[in-house]
Design a protein around this ligand. Sequence first.
Ligand SMILES: [Zn+2]
Length: 870
Amino acid sequence: MIALAFTSAFVRGEEPFSFDNTPGKLPKDIVPIRYSIDLAPNLDLATFFGEEVIEVEVVNPTQKIVLNSLGLEITHGTLVLASGALSLPAPRIDAAEQTASFTLKKVLEPGRCTIRLSFAGKLTEAPEGLYISRFQKDGKDRRALATQFEATDARRMFPCWDEPVFKATFSLGVTVPSRFQVVSNMPASAPEPVLSDLVKYRFAESPKMSTYLLALCIGDFEKIEDEVDGIQLRIFVTPGKLEQARYAMEATKKIVRFYNEYFGVKYPLPKLDQVALPSTGAGGMENWGCIVYNDNALLYDPATSSQQTRERVFAVVAHEIAHQWFGDLVTMAWWDNLWLNEGFASWMGTKATDHFNPDWKVWLRASGSKNAAMRLDARATTHPIQRQIANEADAIDSFDEITYSKGQAVLRMIESWLGEDPFRDGIRGYMKEHAYSSSTTEDLWRALAKSSGKPVHDLASGWTEQPGFPVVRLGLQTESPDTTVTLSQERFTIHQLDAAPLLWQIPVVIGPAGDPEHGAVLLLKGKDPERLVFDPDIAIKANLGDRGYFRSEYSAPLFKRLRKAVPHLAEVDRLNLLDDTWALVEAGRTPPADYLDLADAIADHPTPTELGQIIGVLGYIDTLERGTPNQAGFRAWAIRFLQPHLAPLGWDAKPGETPLESNLRASLIRALGLFGDPGTLREARARFVQFLEDPASLNGNLRGPVFLTVGRNADDATWEKMHSLARNADSFEQKRALYAALTSVRDPELAAKALALALTTELIAPDAARIVARVSFDGEHPDLAWNFAREHLEALLEKLPANGVNDYVPGIFRGFTDAARADELEAFAKANLPPAVSHSVAKAADEIRFQAEFKQRALPEIDAWWKEKK
Ligand SMILES: [Zn+2]
């Protein structure tokens, strides 16, 4: 067997890109230059045939050709040398390594040659490789074909060097029934007739790019067209949804122009297509020039969609289009640097969304995803942003909150430290230097150091190469002549006893509370405390403007002053204080009353984002209260606490209200519904009845919360009515909202009915399988759900793509909060699930154990607090 040694023995962030030193599994003796691929899919038989001609460069003498292939039958191979053509022997297929290898009789000497392969594969509904995307139109089943290759599934459609560093050009041809439209990375030729109703398209040759970015969509699509800066823009949708694509097109035009300017390199392809399908492998996939979205991430119906959907569409489009540069034009060399793609696209997408929609306050709301990442990052199961990726399972596993949200937050902190202009100049230099090529994190640090003149590597590498993050502790010293505030750092952990003590270089923006734009920047580097002289009477706030990725912990007198100063704090700083204080509660560094008192004070005049944070914590406390005698009391208190905030908003949108107020109304109704407020339930039911008569009567923003509240409390007849609406819903957004309502039902018999839907084909396969986790957590029936899943596990796992399998059983267990369940999960996984699930299992088990511990530690105090407030 050929040695497929992993060369990634350690994280290599400190080295600039070099092809030879890039980790990976495939040997680098042969390098692909150009692929010419011809495909003939057959939807009726669910198969496809393909032929490819790969021009390669033999770099080192070798007797073996090793490339990736998964689930394909390679029927014939030819090697074309200058001296003539010879048939390749049958390949050795290694299913575990996902490779096909040809052993040659003679050594292949360095130089160019060509490999021709014929192959066949199967089309499935799991969204990986070339797959069938099934949907309903007018009650009939319809099908389209689409690809999802990232991270490691191009090899399911054609044998190839399926690692991102092997960039090559692609010339794709496809034979399809003439009624279909085809979309790929590059423009298509005019169709050529082949047989009866078959035609053949050939797409123009792509620039050099990675295999995971190749794309192909085939279907009975409708499209809208536009143009920006000389780039042709098209959006393809399944029939009947054209009008819902207009908002995304408007967003696209703004975003492309913004990025053309920001990156200093114009969008490099002649056209940018976007395709919306009801069933996909991801919310959005950034294939170069052919972005594929799930319907719910691209389509917006002004009449029936929610404000949340509008914001999501803009944000996802901004994220995927940012990838056209960061990821597609310049690609991370190996999956250990995936954050370069995802952290950057997240940050850039949020920046663009904020630029065009300042009233959405997206950075304030991005603190939600930052806090979710910090919560995971404080735990024993976290990992550095850059980490060793040994195989396909690791690569799939790395698409997580640390990569996306911590990546985004760390970039924002570095941008803030360097300044917006030097940061952008560095990005422009990086783009120019690495276009059509690959890069590592170190290349980015060097480009930013060049533009800013600051030692970027020294500060940044601690944040990307170490797990976790620090807490900055602020103390007060009054003995000396001047009052000084001391700042020191230590690693911040939750539910983790033996964490390695790490240090960071932390740019701490600090100053008088209430003035987020005029803080001083103090670079906290080592173990020793730093001192700052302050007016003894003012309140001090660290992380002013909340651009830092760390927690702040104030000594009691400093916290007391800060609490008094709360009315004068900027919204961003109040939100940061709420987030930090709750995290300190979870970490056991401060009592729950500190958070609850703060929330209570802020709730006097809260902004929608602040109230959103508080609603989030109340919802979390509610999950801890499940099954305790205090849950009903807590809910009653939470209802009294939240009701006064819904009253001024009312149920109906007011003229001139802000998007944040519309969103807040929806989340208040959702929360009051969850806590069982009778008034909310009554109103939701009345509006649902009215909706049945006249769908237009229910505003898009209210549909989700109304369906959820009614569904949760549904009786037999209501549940059936909702089910029939869900089955026949044309809009994906509405379908999702209705199924979410059906699976949140409290009645155990109806919950069992909801579980049974997971085995039907009325939903797309992955959504059907995920019903079980919803019944467990949202429906509050973890036992019922787990028993069902255990009984039908094989059938359920079959519905998921490889990247959904690892998280599946752990996701169902997240409905439990007692420690014995963590043991059960681990034992079950060990005996019944593949080793690739181990990280997901460890994360879920740690979360269950933490919640069990936290419940014991904090609930008595929390309960005492709200009982006091009665
Ligand atoms: Zn992305």
